[in-house]
Design a protein around this ligand. Structure first.
Ligand code: ATP
Ligand code: MG
Length: 282
């Protein structure tokens, strides 16, 4: 098993505030790994430790075989892409000029700019000044910048917060395509739908503690009541256990043309979060 990230017994405190508490997890090469937790749960602090902005107060990290103070070094940064609310660009320059400048500074071929512009679907807007862009377009420019040097590992801190559903879908599609081409992605979100749609595995975080870690499917099956919900034509609703009797009951409904609706009771990741932490996500 090849791990890209390994976090062992990591704690981070700021004076007497514990932001991350004895955290352990590994991320495999090729995964989209999600960190799902409410505001203040320690998501950004974790990304900042994994990218070298903060040093852990306790414990050890291994990211792409970089350890200790080498995390965050120039060599490390050449293999890593980061999208966060601290990502910066020149507000008064066009999208294209911003990306060209960044490419030049990092010795990246200018053809790569054309390629990433296409990837984030901003080719037609490339001559627009950054500050005139919508929030979704700005986010796509920052993503393009994070992708220019073809990182092996991409960190995304709430990549779609405050974007509209169509833009979110567009970004998700792009991230999936990027992941297929081999980029491992670590993302934080408090959007359970995003974690569900995008991630191979999801860590549920609360108050700096990693409460549970699994695939979205396993989480939802594990916390399912294993029942089915049926609605009769007269709107009578019934919850049925998954038994042979229920199968017969449903067959009867079908035969008498009396099945208005049927659904499984699979919980959402948000329901799972509530069951695990006793708290709502937002
Ligand atoms: N530089 C800092 N100094 C002091 N406390 C900090 C610092 N950075 C984070 N914290 C505290 O650590 C805790 C975790 O913060 P963090 O930013 O990691 O949360 P988050 O999960 O990213 O939240 P959000 O969803 O709002 O971005 C919070 O209580 C926060 O106030
Ligand atoms: Mg944050």
């Amino acid at each position: 098993m090849e791990y890209i990230i390994e976090m062992k017994n990591v704690t981070k405190h700021f004076k007497n505030k514990i932001a991350v508490n004895d955290m352990n997890f590994t991320v495999k090469k090729g995964e989209i790994f999600g960190f799902l937790g409410p505001s203040g749960s320690g998501k950004t602090t974790t990304i900042k430790m994994l990218t070298g902005t903060y040093k852990p107060s306790k414990g050890s990290l291994n990211v792409l075989d970089f350890k200790g103070t080498t995390i965050g070094s120039k060599n490390f940064m050449s293999k890593v892409g980061i999208l966060s609310d601290h990502s910066t660009v020149y507000e008064r320059q066009t999208i294209e000029d911003n990306l060209n400048l960044f490419a030049k500074l990092n010795h990246i071929a200018t053809e790569k700019v054309t390629e990433v512009l296409k990837f984030v679907d901003l080719t037609n807007d490339r001559k627009t000044v950054y500050k005139k862009l919508s929030a979704g377009m700005k986010q796509r420019v920052l993503l393009a910048k994070a992708l220019l040097h073809e990182p092996d590992l991409l960190f995304l801190d709430e990549p779609t917060a405050s974007l509209d559903p169509a833009t979110i879908q567009h970004i998700h599609k792009g991230l999936k395509a990027l992941n297929k081409k081999g980029t491992t992605i670590f993302l934080t979100t408090h959007n359970m739908q995003e974690a569900n749609d995008l991630c191979d595995r999801v860590a549920i975080i609360d108050s700096g503690i990693l409460k549970a870690l699994d695939t979205p499917e396993n989480f939802r099956f594990k916390y399912s009541n294993h029942t089915l919900r049926v609605i009769h034509n007269n709107n009578l609703e019934k919850t049925l256990p998954m038994t042979a009797e229920s199968a017969q009951y449903i067959t009867n409904m079908l035969e008498t043309n009396d099945l208005k609706y049927i659904a499984s009771d699979l919980p959402t990741l948000g329901d799972v979060f509530l069951k695990i932490t006793g708290k709502e996500l937002i």
